[in-house]
Design a protein around this ligand. Structure first.
Ligand SMILES: [Zn+2]
Length: 245
């Protein structure tokens, strides 16, 4: 499943279509596409795992989910779920979910939680995590909550918890403040590293623990199992990562 950086990577591939005129939209998706005809594409943006096509008074959010993909000026044999057509180009999405939103992305989405936005605000996140619904949860679950850490996927979750030396089953309110601040920094730094590594397709190869069997630091066996409510495959070094409970 794509994570926030994977979507920024796609956005960067589309830069040349910014400010171009979209002649029409097509695809079998149910979203009403009638307003997308001979209209200027003002901007292409992202919010977490959503790719955003911004027009003057509205924008379209595209979510690739587990099996979605995007092709530029190429088509698969199956029909696209959503496509944007230009006079000399087309962007095709397969098995993607689309949503129509009135207004601008900033009116609807809170950029303070997006791990790849300059607006990402550790102080805001700190306050959010003090709320009971997050404070009593495991950090490994909260990291996957797109309302708090928008753009985090399983690879980022596993890698940053290892870097911050926090066991994923640690309860949020028991984690020392300094540790949490370190974790936020690790999230931002690793999201940028992830984006960089996508260019050479080395994200998995150069991960420290995700997809590995032993801890790179002390060579002990990693615990590999589905943990927490999110039930996602988790890699933990019990020597390096402390459990705060
Ligand atoms: Zn270790």
């Amino acid at each position: 499943m794509p994570e926030g950086p994977s979507i920024v990577f796609l956005k960067n591939k589309l830069t040349r279509y910014r400010s171009k005129t979209v002649s029409e939209a097509s695809g079998y998706g149910e979203m009403d596409k009638s307003r997308i005809a001979n209209i200027q594409l003002m901007d292409i943006d992202t919010y977490g795992k959503n790719l955003l096509f911004v027009f003057k008074d509205f924008f379209i959010g595209v979510h690739l989910g587990l099996f979605g993909s995007m092709l530029i000026n190429k088509r698969k044999k199956v029909n696209a779920s959503f496509a944007l057509h230009f006079s000399d180009a087309e962007i095709n999405f397969y098995v993607a979910k689309t949503k129509f939103h009135p207004g601008k992305p900033k009116d609807i989405f809170n950029f303070k939680t997006d791990i790849l936005k300059p607006e990402f605000d550790p102080e805001f996140i700190t306050e959010e995590l003090k709320k009971e619904k997050y404070a009593s949860q495991m950090i490994g679950d909260v990291l996957m909550d797109q309302n708090v850490f928008t753009g985090v996927g399983n690879i980022i979750r596993v890698e940053v918890l290892y870097r911050a030396k926090i066991h994923p089953e640690s309860i949020v309110k028991e984690i020392p403040e300094k540790k949490l601040q370190f974790l936020f920094k690790a999230v931002v730094a690793y999201a940028e590293e992830f984006l960089h590594l996508m260019k050479t397709d080395e994200v998995k190869e150069l991960a420290w623990v995700y997809g590995k069997k032993i801890c790179p630091k002390d060579k002990t066996q990693l615990v590999i199992e589905e943990m927490g409510k999110v039930k996602r495959k988790t890699y933990v070094c019990l020597k390096c990562q402390k459990r705060y409970t």
